[in-house]
Design a protein around this ligand. Sequence first.
Ligand code: CIR
Length: 253
Amino acid sequence: MFKHAIVRKPCQAMIDGITTANLGTPDYELALKQHDFYVETLKKCGVEVTVLEADERYPDSCFVEDVALCTKKCAIITNPGAPTRKGEEEEMKEVLKRFYENMEFIQDPGTVEAGDIMMVGDHFYIGLSARTNQEGARQMIHILNKCGFTGSMVPLKEVLHLKTGLSYLENNHLLISGEFVEDPAFKEFHKIIVSEDELYTSNCIWVNDHVLIPAGFPKTLKEVEQLGYVVHEVDMSEFRKLDGGLSCLSLRF
Ligand code: CIR
């Protein structure tokens, strides 16, 4: 069960965030409304939400998931691979001190963005991407081992982060798409294969037997409802324009 979530309000500079989506420039006012709704939905899932103020220095700073990995035993501050995101992790370090005694750090030349990390019980799958390099993943696994967890690496070819294409919904249910569907690393899971025309829903989040899903994708919605969870649709249109998904907008622990 998760007790806490941390989010950061989008900043006006988000219009200059990194993107490959080709969906246009985000509407800042609408993004704020969608973010408020996201926070209210998290609260319905039974977590206490810490809302950090917008940080105009970093256009992508609302995507807090990438700057830390929060486990049951320790928090690991990452080292973002995107040059314009380096430094976002500094303030998160201070915030997480309120919640964790045991903090660890990914150091240069290792880079990790935690959107590349999927937790399945005590095991962590780590995507090797344009943002997370082999050295970063090696350091991460070393730290996880010290905390009593295990980790393994998954090379990515197509998507931004591992969880752009995968979401673990607990109880062995794995929402999965594209390059990961045939990957032997995931063969033991009950796979829910995301339809090609709903790929954006590959990034959903499980929070205490509730699932948040992007609004407007009926096929995945039906599949997830059939798993027996309380499902909440959340409009993500403005974050999608920056390649951001539901998991990116919060740390949950
Ligand atoms: C970026 O490219 O870094 C942001 N525009 C999107 C980050 C999305 N984060 C995630 O998938 N965990």
